[in-house]
Design a binder for this molecule. Structure first.
Ligand SMILES: [Zn+2]
Ligand SMILES: [Zn+2]
Length: 104
């Protein structure tokens, strides 16, 4: 039996295949577009607004990404590369740039 609820081992954790696909997609979505600029997204562990050491202790508590990988876009713990605030609550409202449509 396989389907969207199927569990897969991904980034060192068990998660649903849907979520693994989502995070794989997030790794290809490397930039935000802000006004007319493309700005590189900030991987987990390189944030300046939180303790980077947290990334060495375990996966992101919100989206399950791991150190050095990108968060799911808009994750609570993702840092905005424009204002260095929390991307989900800042006013930059950057658009994601991805080579293929988001799964699901
Ligand atoms: Zn995250
Ligand atoms: Zn911002």
């Amino acid at each position: 039996m396989s389907g969207p609820e199927e569990q897969v081992f991904h980034f060192g954790q068990w998660k649903t295949k849907d979520w693994a696909d989502q995070l794989d997609w997030a790794q290809e979505a490397t930039h935000y577009r802000h006004r007319r600029r493309k700005v590189a997204r900030i991987p987990y562990g390189q944030e300046t607004f939180r303790e980077p050491v947290e990334a060495s202790r375990g996966p992101c508590r919100h989206c399950g990404t791991i150190a050095g990988k990108l968060h799911d876009p808009g994750c609570d713990y993702e840092e905005c590369p424009v204002c260095r605030g929390q991307v989900m609550s800042c006013d930059c409202d950057p658009g994601i740039v991805a080579p293929r449509p988001e799964p699901g």
